[in-house]
Write a protein that binds this ligand. Structure first.
Ligand code: HEC
Length: 113
């Protein structure tokens, strides 16, 4: 390899590494694998209706940031709410996701932050 080619390759490598570490919008949560898994499950199943950023309302569903584990579990596995919880919306639009039973702790870790 020519010397200049090596240099270009090296610079490209540094650039790619730097842009990878900027990838996450939330550097704090990026270090927590539970939160990361929850984020992946959320993006795969929930953002058709909820916002990609849980602190904001989505096109159909409300903002979810700060949701307790109990709330996430009751909403995702059934159409009910925890006792005494006042729902953000009076509607019953959201479907159930029984296949996400094992992912509840991760979803909750991500959404409760
Ligand atoms: C088809 C659209 C849709 C999808 C997909 C969806 N939701 Fe919802 N979600 C809603 C709507 C609309 C509401 C408001 C209540 C209702 O109408 O059911 C809601 C309400 C909620 C609430 C209660 C918010 C509150 O404080 O009152 C939680 C928690 C929630 N969704 C979590 C999720 C999670 C987690 C996923 C992914 C596994 C998801 N939702 C997928 C539409 C959706």
């Amino acid at each position: 390899m020519k010397r200049s080619t090596k240099l270009v390759t090296l610079l490209l490598g540094i650039y790619l590494l730097a842009s990878c570490s900027n990838d996450s919008d939330d550097a704090k949560s990026a270090r927590n694998p539970d939160v990361e898994r929850g984020r992946a499950v959320f993006v795969a199943n929930c953002i058709a209706c909820h916002n990609n950023d849980p602190s904001r309302d989505g096109p159909i569903g409300p903002a979810l940031k700060g949701s307790s584990r109990e709330l996430v579990e009751t909403r995702v596995l059934s159409t009910s709410y925890p006792p005494n919880y006042k729902p953000k919306r009076p509607t019953k639009v959201m479907p159930q996701f029984p296949f996400l039973k094992d992912e509840i702790p991760y979803l909750a870790a991500y959404l409760s932050q």
